[in-house]
Design a protein around this ligand. Structure first.
Ligand code: B12
Length: 217
């Protein structure tokens, strides 16, 4: 198996020590960090997510896959971004009030950082007021990402979107929503700008938002 194949296997199966070693090995072999991410790590994350959805993976496995991704990205990150490069945008991210799930949110943060965004991760159980405060305090942020895994916390998402829109007089914000219980239909209904099913697509959609913004300036 190639080093990227082994890397993929190690993340899918939560073998974190192997993940660390394999990323270092791939870098030593001169494989481009972007390729390590796109051909080794992202497919692993996708497949762990799919296995989970189909009931083929349990909670400890998805948690350790996420941990492997996070640890691996820490090793890879310094090789990926030229420190001198400007960020392509700033995104605020959080899980809504009443909801403590953060695995998916953390994956969104990782993918955004890899795409070149500065990410302000507010954490979990974030109230409408906390989202509003973060937007006020970070005038350079143009994207707000809200995560929700619980049907009971989804209504909270609706009021966060409403409050952010009301305060956003210059219409600078793009609001993205996601998480296990969110659907495109719900996202449309509450007036979000984008919904995606996974973190990889979320970062792609966000990149489109910032590049559209630049064209209009
Ligand atoms: C792990 C887990 C937990 C862990 C959380 C640990 C942690 N640190 O996150 C613990 C054990 C603490 C937990 C607790 C509870 N949980 Co729970 N939990 C799960 C479980 C098994 C996995 C969630 C997960 O991590 N998925 C993997 C990640 C990668 O997927 P994801 O979060 O969906 O994220 C992906 C996308 O959705 C997307 N995405 C995520 N966020 C965003 C944001 C944006 C902007 C975008 C664009 C995309 C995006 O990108 C991610 C990666 O591709 C799910 C089952 C399931 N099917 O999801 C139940 C589940 C979410 N939990 C559930 C419940 C009911 C609870 C509890 C109420 C249980 C209880 N009775 O105590 C508590 C609630 C605690 C609270 N207040 O939040 C239910 C929710 C049902 C519902 N629809 O309301 C589920 C669906 C289980 C079930 N089938 O019943 N849980």
């Amino acid at each position: 198996m190639s080093v990227l194949g082994e890397l993929r296997y190690s993340i899918e199966n939560g073998r974190i020590k192997d993940t660390d070693d394999l990323i270092r090995q791939a870098l030593e072999e001169g494989i481009d960090p972007q390729e390590i991410l796109e051909k080794g790590m992202i497919p692993a994350m996708r497949s762990a997510g799919n296995d989970f959805k189909n009931g083929e993976a349990d909670i400890p496995r998805i948690l350790s896959a996420a941990r492997g991704m996070q640890r691996g990205l820490k090793i890879l990150e310094p090789h990926m971004r030229d420190e001198g490069l400007p960020y392509i945008g700033t995104a605020i991210l959080g899980t809504v009030e009443g909801d403590l799930h953060d695995v998916g949110k953390n994956m969104v943060a990782i993918m955004f950082r890899c795409a070149g965004f500065r990410v302000i991760d507010l954490g979990v159980d974030i109230s409408e007021k906390q989202f509003q405060k973060a937007v006020r305090e970070n005038p350079d942020a143009s994207i707000v990402c809200i995560s929700s895994l619980l049907t009971t916390s989804a209504p909270e998402m609706r009021s966060v979107v409403k409050a952010l829109r009301k305060a956003d007089k210059e219409k600078r914000l793009k609001i993205m929503v996601g998480g296990g219980c969110i659907t495109q239909e719900f996202a449309d209904e509450i007036g979000a700008d984008a919904y995606t099913e996974n973190a990889v697509d979320a970062a792609e959609a966000a990149k489109k938002f910032v590049s559209c913004g630049q064209h209009h300036e």
